[in-house]
Structures are given as structure tokens and as C-alpha cells.
Design a protein around this ligand. Structure first.
Ligand SMILES: [Zn+2]
Length: 474
């Protein structure tokens, strides 16, 4: 499956400390170095919000401040049920953040160079100092740190915390998971204290301090310059594809704009290729964020176009009739999203309509198997064409930054998927974010859940643990 999607080759200029899409940095001429990522690996660009968010987790856990400031970070979502991201900084994965569903908060796992940065920036918490002769024993292999090998430890370690292991000269030698708390270590004479995840080797990769920018904007500007040729080529390809497809099919053209980055990119490209004589459609599901509705207006103004707004059946009324939507019961997307578009197309186009859509193959396996031009299975008159099918998330962001495009402000609040504010496909970490950032919206949804839970005797767990996301069989 992985080979079908194709591995994304993320690269980095270690000199300018910015991500690259091509083989060389177009600013300094340095050769691009490959970044090792967990596949499929389509990382998103971190904004200041993400940097502040991770800085805060780091500071709470280890005491080091502002570790990521002035650097470009990318976040690579890992496959799996738990929401977890690799944090790419300085051209390598230095941390992993994940939402701990039991503790109901975000936690961090360290890699060696990440731990070195933290010590560099004054980390003073969750540190275990071990004897130098124990370092020699653990070198080149993973194992455990046992109680007798410990010289000193900080008093803030909880069981299952990530800890930094240093030698007697305060050099980082390892990172791992504490199996006991500081309190317990005090009372132990033998036994395991840390399960080591990474430990230094003899042939150790070098650690260097990388460039820091005065602001993230400055770093973004340089990233745009350093990738100019690659982005030009991708744009040329997309414009050619749009023109050729239109010439071949010769039908009215439509762009479905969702308020997300991919559909915005597709819209910009379609306007450049074919001009303004196209239909741009936005479907309001009734579950939209204010930011998304505002973005629709911003885009209209910025490009001097009129966007046709369609409204689906009212979700809040329909939920009383159909019940709570679930992963295995997604009536909402059909009723609130697909139906209004289908109706619009039936009523407004005599026969086929050519729709340019912002689908990218890296989004999922399901999408990777699509043809670049194909007939929509649900709306038969709609022929889909995918101009940015081969773009990665980073291509999209560099393009939008270069175009100074009015993208949705939700991206600057840590969102990587723009859609309904509530969806059964959401993970616990995403819901936690919405509770934090949009408490009144979430409360509106919880009222619906509570009413349903009371009626069917489902209890608080069903709401709080997100069990409503699977269909409740009556
Ligand atoms: Zn460079």
C-alpha cells in the first residue's frame, strides 16, 4: 500500500535550517539532506501557535523555555488511533507529541538530539544522572537503568514520564521512560528505574546547533525563496493540466471551495488558468467555524469573485430525527453536504460539469488510487479533475505563502483539517483542542449529546470518552 502512495521525500537545508522540496537550496546552494520520517509522512507546517503549544509542553515537563522559537517546525501525524505527531525541527525528528487519553493531556517523547537541545536551553526537570561506568555498559545497546547505577535524580518524576539521562559530566547519554516515580526511587535499593529508548553509540551522529531566525515570518520568506524553482514547476504543471483538461472536456467549470488550504490552492490555480468565468461553490453544513465563513468572504474580496453558497438541511434539526452521527452512521455528510451540491448541479447544468477538486494522493490510500480525471460516483454529472494530486502538504503551504493567499485563520490555531467543527471522525486530541479553543461551540454539541444520553441512559462516560463516535444501537 505504501508503495502505491509513494514515499514523500522531505529534505532540508541544514545551513539555512529550512525544509526543501528539491535537491538543492536555491538560496545558499547547499545540497539538500534527506529527513527520516515515519511513512506515509505528509507533514504539515507548524505556525507560531504550534510552536507555542509544544514549547509549553516542553517547559511544563522539563523546565526549558522557548526551545522552538525562531525555527521552522513540521508536524508529521502518525498512523494509529491515538493522536500523535513527530516534531521535525533542525531537519530531524527531535520529539514526538501525543495525546494521552488516560491523563487527558498532551505528553512528549524525546529523541537524543531533542534532549540535548533541552539541556542546552536550561532543562532542570525529569533528569536522571548515572555513573560513567554504567554509560559504558549501556552504550551501543538499549537496556534499563537500574537503581544502583544512579548518582542523582530530580524529585519531579512520575511513573511513565519521559526522562533525560545524563552522565556524571552532565552530558546527555540517553532518553527513556521512567518505570517508577521519584518518590519510589528514593525508597529503592535495586530494580529498574528507566526503560531506555535511545542511548549513545560509539559511531554517534553529530549534534550541531542550527540557525535561529528573529521571527517565523523571516524563516517562511526564506523557505519560499529556497524552493522557488520547484514550486514554479509544480504550478506550471498544474496550470497546463487545468487548461488541457478544459480543452479536452469543454464543459462548464466549477470549483468546490471548502475553506481549506487544498481547495484554496485549486481555486487560485483554476482562476490563473481559466479566468473568472467559473462557478465557485461553498457548502455551508451548519457546522462551520466562524473563521471558515469569514475566509469565504476574504477569498471573494481578494480575488474579486462571487462564491455561490449552498446550505444543506439544517443539521441541528435533523439530529433530532436521525440521531447522533457516528463513524459507522454518517448521515450528516450526505444530508448536509452532498445533497445540496447534487441538487445544485442537477438544476444548473444541462449535462456534465467539470469540477476542479483539491484532492491529493498523500491524503489517504483511498485517494491515492483515484485517477486524475474521473466521474464522481455520487453525482453522475460531475467530472472531477485533480490539479494538485501530486502535491504534498508542504508544496501547498509554500505555494500559499508565496501567493500571499488569504488562507483560513484556523490553520494558525493548530488545525490541520478544516471542516465541520464537530465530526465523529475526530480523535480525542482534536476534540480536546476544540473544547479549549471554541468552548461555546463544543458546549452546543455537548447539550445535544447530553439530551440523547439522558433519554437512552448512556451516562457521562459515553460523552466524555467520545464513545458517541460509534453508533449506539437502540
Ligand atoms: Zn540554504
Amino acid at each position: 500500500m505504501k508503495t502505491y502512495i509513494g514515499k514523500i521525500h522531505l529534505k532540508w537545508c541544514k545551513n539555512c535550517n529550512i525544509p526543501l522540496l528539491g535537491r538543492v537550496c536555491e538560496v545558499c546552494g547547499s545540497k539538500a539532506e534527506e529527513v527520516e520520517l515515519t511513512p506515509p509522512g505528509d507533514p504539515r507546517l507548524g505556525f507560531q501557535y504550534d510552536i507555542d503549544f509544544i514549547n509549553k509542553i516542553i517547559e511544563e515537563e522539563f523546565g526549558a523555555k522557548n526551545v522552538l522559537n525562531g525555527k521552522i517546525i513540521l508536524l508529521n501525524k502518525l498512523p494509529g488511533n491515538e493522536e500523535a505527531y513527530e516534531v521535525i525541527v533542525d531537519g530531524e525528528v527531535k520529539y514526538l507529541i501525543y495525546f494521552d487519553e488516560n491523563k487527558e493531556r498532551w505528553k512528549i517523547k524525546l529523541k537524543l538530539n531533542g534532549a540535548r537541545d533541552l539541556i542546552e536551553k536550561g532543562a532542570y526537570k525529569k533528569i536522571i544522572k548515572i555513573k560513567n561506568d554504567v554509560v559504558e555498559v549501556l552504550k551501543n545497546r538499549k537496556g534499563s537503568v537500574l537503581r544502583p547505577g544512579i548518582v542523582e535524580f530530580t524529585d519531579d518524576i512520575e511513573e511513565r514520564d519521559d526522562v533525560i539521562i545524563v552522565d556524571e559530566n552532565n552530558r546527555v547519554v540517553g532518553v527513556g521512560l521512567a518505570t517508577v516515580s521519584s518518590e519510589e526511587i528514593k525508597n529503592m535499593e535495586k530494580g529498574r528505574v528507566v526503560k531506555v529508548r535511545f542511548f549513545i553509540k560509539d559511531d554517534e551522529e553529530n549534534y550541531e546547533i542550527r540557525k535561529v531566525y528573529d521571527s517565523l515570518e523571516e524563516a517562511f520568506d526564506l523557505m519560499v525563496k529556497a524552493n522557488k524553482g520547484v514550486i514554479d514547476a509544480f504550478e506550471r504543471n498544474a496550470l497546463g493540466f487545468i487548461k488541457n483538461t478544459y480543452e479536452r472536456i469543454k464543459k462548464p467549470v466549477m470549483v468546490a471551495f471548502s475553506g481549506g488550504k487544498d481547495s484554496l490552492t485549486t481555486l487560485i490555480l483554476t482562476l490563473k488558468a481559466l479566468g473568472k468565468d467559473i462557478d465557485v461553490i461553498f457548502i455551508d453544513t451548519g457546522l462551520e467555524f466562524e473563521e471558515t465563513l469569514k475566509n469565504v468572504e476574504d477569498v471573494e474580496k481578494h480575488y474579486g469573485i462571487k462564491i455561490i453558497k449552498l446550505k444543506g438541511e439544517n443539521f441541528w434539526k435533523k439530529v433530532k430525527e436521525y440521531g447522533i452521527p457516528a463513524r459507522d452512521y454518517r448521515w450528516c455528510s450526505e444530508i448536509c453536504k452532498l445533497e445540496p451540491l447534487k441538487r445544485f448541479i442537477e438544476e444548473n447544468y444541462e449535462d456534465d460539469v467539470l469540477a476542479f477538486v483539491g484532492v491529493r494522493k498523500y491524503e489517504s490510500f483511498n485517494r491515492a488510487t483515484k485517477k486524475r480525471v474521473h466521474r464522481n460516483t455520487y453525482i453522475k454529472k460531475q467530472i472531477n479533475a485533480l490539479p494538485i494530486f501530486h502535491w504534498s502538504t508542504l508544496h501547498v503551504w509554500i505555494y500559499l505563502l508565496r501567493e500571499k493567499a488569504p488562507y483560513n485563520k484556523l490553520y494558525e490555531k493548530g488545525f490541520d483539517r478544516i471542516g465541520c467543527f464537530m465530526c465523529p471522525a475526530m480523535e480525542m486530541g482534536e476534540m480536546d483542542k476544540i473544547k479549549r479553543e471554541f468552548p461555546e461551540l463544543w458546549e452546543k454539541w455537548e447539550r445535544v449529546l447530553r439530551e440523547y444520553a439522558e433519554k437512552h441512559n448512556l451516562g457521562e462516560e459515553w460523552i466524555k470518552k467520545g464513545l458517541w463516535r460509534w453508533r449506539h444501537k437502540l
